[in-house]
Design a protein around this ligand. Structure first.
Ligand SMILES: NC(=O)C[C@H](N)C(=O)O
Length: 328
């Protein structure tokens, strides 16, 4: 009988309202699992790792989760893992776990958009389907997955696409990998994944990576403040295919020379970052030393940058490692 371990971290799937009607994560993993109609023939074990809204999932906390996931997978009887998590930052946590996941067994992240105390919560169905995926042979070798609303997504490229709707997740450049429904899964495509990073070498302490919104009035102020605060990496949430302006480009050049790794991503939902324009555009950012993020949006570009900085430290190695993992 496949054994699936559920690691609970909080999120709306575990959230109940207080007397003011304000929600916080309260239910533990055992509460969540007790409400399920589990797939027949699957044994589930539960552990509480954290109990927070995912807007509180710092790098340190995701590291704690990654370490625990790797420890649980040392048990050869475990067929797969499920992580229950808030939806706000599933795109960060799932991708960080994926970067360090060196095991064919699936780790399946899920959550809910409607809280545990809502009569129509989507949590039980999503969790049941995540357990189904984690127990499936067909999900092996795909890395960390997100099962949500009947769809199965790869970690890389997933984005929260709606603040409140149950069908919130999208993968604008690739679409979902497949589906899960009534105890069955179908995988229609396989994700492209690089070699796993070494979790034992990762230390998130002191890894500060900030994100700068490059609206047309942006200047060097925030960039310099980030660097003064100790940022070792900065992701530009640029416009279009990855453009900023001359003031930002000049500051990027200074920061890169000082050893900060700067990455150009974009606020546009789909398509690769391309170095096309001058006058502070993507071609000038590239010339100033910024690394294009390929298809990674700012949230996941920040995660890759933080993971590499936490493993390698040296800016040139991080820059090369980042470029090697992104397409385009
Ligand atoms: N639907 C959710 O889970 C949102 C919640 N704010 C969280 O990320 O924890």
């Amino acid at each position: 009988m496949p054994l699936v371990t559920v690691l609970a971290t909080g999120g709306t799937i575990a959230t109940r309202a207080d007397a003011r009607g304000v929600g916080t994560a309260r239910d533990g993993g055992a509460d969540l699992v007790s409400r399920l109609d589990l797939p027949p023939g699957v044994e589930v074990r539960v552990e509480d790792v954290l109990r927070v809204g995912s807007y509180l999932m710092t790098l340190q906390r995701v590291h704690t989760l990654a370490v625990r996931a790797a420890e649980v997978l040392r048990d050869p009887d475990v067929a797969g893992l499920v992580v229950t998590h808030g939806t706000d930052t599933i795109e960060e946590t799932a991708y960080l776990l994926d970067l360090f996941h060196a095991d064919p067994r699936p780790v399946v992240v899920t959550g809910a958009q409607r809280p545990a105390d809502a009569p129509d919560s989507d949590g039980p169905r999503n969790l049941t389907e995540a357990v189904t995926v984690a127990a499936s042979e067909g999900a092996r070798g795909l890395g960390v997955l997100v099962a949500f609303g009947g769809r199965v997504f790869a970690a890389r490229g997933i984005r929260k696409g709606h603040t409140l709707a149950a069908d919130t997740f999208t993968a604008p450049d690739t679409g979902p990998l497949g589906w899960v429904s009534t105890g069955r899964i179908g995988i229609e495509s396989r994700p492209v994944r690089g070699p796993a990073l070494d979790l034992a070498a990762f230390d998130p302490a002191g890894v500060r990576v900030d994100v700068l919104a490059c609206h047309p009035d942006a200047d060097a102020v925030a960039l310099r403040a980030f660097a003064d605060a100790g940022a070792r990496g900065i992701v530009l949430e640029a416009t279009g295919a990855g453009n900023a302006n001359p003031a930002v480009v000049a500051a990027v050049g200074e920061l890169v020379a000082a050893g900060v790794v700067v990455v150009t991503s974009t606020r546009v939902p789909a398509g690769r970052v391309a170095a096309l324009y001058g006058n502070g555009g993507g071609a000038d950012l590239l010339a100033a030393g910024a690394v294009p993020s390929g298809l990674l949006r700012p949230s996941q570009a920040r995660v890759l940058l933080a993971a590499l900085l936490g493993v390698h430290r040296d800016p040139d190695t991080v820059r090369a490692g980042f470029a090697a993992r992104v397409t385009g």
